[in-house]
Ligand binder design. Structure first.
Ligand code: SF4
Length: 417
């Protein structure tokens, strides 16, 4: 299984962020904050709670996400890893990821201590290599901090470094974005997550755009940013293995691959979602409400059973995000239906327009298809949902039904930026 630990604290609030996080404020030492101490105590109780049920289960990866997990001192991360390794069985090559921001890693000086605590992958929230963009986003770090952090992480022996970057920012031009990517590649990361900006309703950045103080790049420029950016990264040896994810060979994020491949995952901390043995639940988002559930021992009691239909829909949605694509045989085994026949006209149109490819039993989006993946996936979602309500066509010769199938796929909690 996969373990996700949500750390809901940030230094300040970024202007584009709609995630649930608590700003601690500049200069506040997280280790001495009563709120952080309560959080750690509750997390320990939550671990013990799930330890009673899932003790000994094999853990494929641990992901500290947030928020800004690197606000927790390395000593605390070490204690948490030690505790969970006593409860579960950490695989020998388990990926232990920590989401980190340059300012909280203190220009990289904190990295050796995190590595010593057991972290073996850093996912660093660089976001932009342009100071004016960082200011506009309300990020508390500057480009120099990012450069020092990545350099120091490498010097300290961190063998797996990922960078988060955002394209399609207000005022960003195509050349500027491509220059960002070139600068990023020069820093030598093993993995790059390049997200298109989503303007989340209610954020300060969305307000600026809505009231005309800022504006997003024209759609045509955004398309070029995605297409040329992806082509550039591939030319530099990064596999484009998921819509927003690029990695050197062997450095694909094992945690996210696990989500996309349908592994069980246990989420700890406020707002974390879990999917275990066909049941799904989400912890309350507020720290007090979450703590109350932990103390009552009622976590997961309102879990929903995943229906076979939900599993199939998630299979389609998640696998089509990946470069590998949807294995048509898996869909047939789960549903007794033929995906290509179910969506004959749409598949034909997408193929004609170069948005999908079918090869060796897999259906996948092309890069142009990935560019418009939201529209393709939502279309396929609705159609698949409708198709699954219909009786099997005559003469399929398949005796398997939806009810026969076991757990198959779980949804992803997308990493925070
Ligand atoms: S974008 Fe990340 S660092 Fe910024 S407030 Fe949101 S969770 Fe915190």
């Amino acid at each position: 299984m996969l373990l996700y630990i949500h750390v809901p604290f940030c230094r300040t609030r970024c202007r584009y962020c709609a995630f649930h996080s608590v700003p601690l404020g500049k200069g506040v030492d997280a280790a001495s904050s009563p709120q952080v101490r309560d959080y750690i105590d509750t997390l320990m109780l939550e671990l013990a709670h799930w330890g009673d049920r899932y003790s000994g289960m094999s853990v494929h990866s641990v992901f500290f996400g947030g928020g800004t997990p690197s606000l927790l001192p390395p000593r605390i991360i070490g204690v948490l890893l030690d505790r969970l390794s006593r409860i579960f069985t950490l695989e020998s090559k388990a990926e232990i990821s920590l989401e980190a921001n340059p300012e909280s890693l203190r220009g990289g000086r904190a990295v050796p201590a995190y590595l010593a605590a057991g972290v073996n992958r850093l996912s660093i929230g660089i976001q932009s290599l342009d100071d004016s963009m960082l200011r506009m986003l309300g990020r508390p770090h500057r480009v120099q901090d990012s450069l020092h952090t990545v350099f120091a992480a490498r010097e300290s022996g961190c063998a797996n470094i990922s960078m988060d970057l955002i394209w399609g920012l207000p005022g960003q031009g195509v050349r500027q974005w491509l220059q960002n990517l070139k600068d990023a590649v020069r820093m030598g990361p093993d993995h790059i997550s390049a997200y298109g900006l989503t303007l989340e309703e209610g954020t300060l950045l969305e307000l600026d755009c809505r009231e005309g103080r800022l504006s997003l790049p024209p759609e045509r420029d955004q398309n070029i940013m995605f297409m040329e950016g992806a082509a550039f990264l591939e030319s530099q040896g990064y596999l484009h293995y998921e819509i927003s994810s690029f990695a050197r060979m062997g450095y694909q994020c094992r945690h996210n691959l696990g989500y996309w491949e349908g592994m069980d995952y246990l989420g700890l901390g406020p707002s974390a979602t879990s999917t275990m043995q066909g049941r799904r639940w989400t912890n309350p988002a507020g720290q007090q409400a979450w703590a109350a559930r932990v103390h009552e021992g009622t976590l997961g009691q309102e879990a929903e059973e995943l229906t076979p239909e939900v599993r199939v829909l998630e299979l389609v949605m998640l696998r089509l995000r990946t470069a590998r694509g949807l294995r048509l045989k898996t869909y047939r085994q789960m549903t007794g239906r033929d995906f290509l026949r179910d969506h004959q006209r749409l598949i034909h149109a997408l193929h004609e327009n170069g948005l999908i490819r079918i090869r060796e039993g897999y259906l996948r989006l092309t890069r142009s298809g990935m560019l418009v993946s939201n529209s393709i996936l939502s279309n396929l979602f609705e159609r698949t949902e409708a198709v699954l309500r219909q009786p099997l066509p005559e003469g399929t010769g398949c005796r398997r039904t939806l009810q026969d199938t076991g757990p198959e796929i779980r949804p992803v909690r997308w990493p925070s930026a």
